[in-house]
Design a protein around this ligand. Sequence first.
Ligand code: ATP
Ligand code: MG
Length: 445
Amino acid sequence: MRLSRYFLPVLKETPSEAQIVSHRLMLRAGMIKQAAAGIYSWLPLGYKVLRNIEKIVHEEQQRAGHIPLLMPTLQPADLWRESGRYDDYGEEMLRVRDRQDRDLLYGPTNEEMITDIFRSHVGSYKELPLTLYHIQWKFRDEMRPRFGVMRGREFLMKDGYTFDLTKEDALHAYNRHLVSYLRTYERMGLQAIPMRADSGPIGGDDTHEFLVLAETGESEVFYDSEITELKFGDRTIDYDSVEQCQAVLEEFTSRYARTDETHDAAEFAKVPEARRRTARGIEVGQIFFFGTKYSESMGATVQDADGNKVPVQMGSHGIGVSRLMGAIIEASHDDKGIIWPEGVTPFHCGIVNLKQGDSAADAACEGLYAALTAKGLEPLYDDRKERAGGKFATMDLIGLPWRITVGPRGLAAGVVELTSRRTGESEEMTPEAAIDRVAQIYAGK
Ligand code: ATP
Ligand code: MG
């Protein structure tokens, strides 16, 4: 993309309505525009990152064997009357009436709808296990929408639903989700710690929330600092293996890590004092096992091997796709702007032409642009007739992890400069070497 042709409405001023850094930076970098409280338009740069986050979520869900589908945002109230949640959910639910006087709602989550799909089409244990998921907009009329996309009213969520014959199988599905979530967050450059949590209005027995540590997080968390040393890394795992998934769950949940809702001071006191940490965290996902709560109330049964009809065992598993963008920025920025992890960056690298209109500089930039594109990468070429300082400030603000700077003086010596946004370190090299280096960085990402 050439910046002169792109739509990147960066703001010079720091918007006063934004209280936290991720919200400020998303507004300044022209990523979002508020339409109403807690409701945003995703401008091109923000939309690109959102799609990248979504792509990682899809890939990791499918790697774990989960099946994508898409359910609507509007749901009939009658389904929620069956489970009893139409009245229970309270004011967070946006209720709508259509011209035929039928009650609808904008889905805050999809347990009822997926249970309805399941009961309409599945009747036998032979069709289990089954995990269906979608990535769809949700609406919750939050009392205090704030912090930009972090606590929106309309937000994008991955919600997946597991169906199993036995509790044992359902717990494997739960563990499998925990493992796939660890991989998902790490690919986005985040450390998200699974913490024992409270099940809230969805109800259930087993549940973990995934928290990214950040001062601006809304949850208070208590943990053993050893847990921050754990990495999932690029280990291979067989998602069908009960033992392997169980082992990962044990590894990542055996140390003390809880949110304030389930915090137990006496248990916490058993952690050696030097490792006891109290901090704040952003909830970027949650996994639940809740058994037969919906399948019993909504009649979702399957026939077991003996021909008995039994309610199916269920779990639901969410990832805050749009909130993740805020969480990534909270975890990765400096005073100049955002620093995107390579896994989600909107463009792979920036090209800054120090002297637009200089024929050698223009030709070198065009050459870099074409070569990077040919390697399947997407560069953002700042081809505007602007001062170099302004170009650097824009690149730093929007946070591309790599920048190639091209100027007549360097070119005379046969070099361009490759700069890391994270470390600020620059290295001179030939244009060919810069192309190879950038391609190498993104190989396999
Ligand atoms: P919270 O406690 O933050 O209100 P929740 O526990 O009600 O969230 P879940 O039902 O577990 O949310 O939804 C799954 C994920 O969706 C959450 O882990 C979070 O990342 C995201 N999410 C929930 N509410 C919002 C919101 N208002 N804006 C953006 N993302 C949200
Ligand atoms: Mg939650």
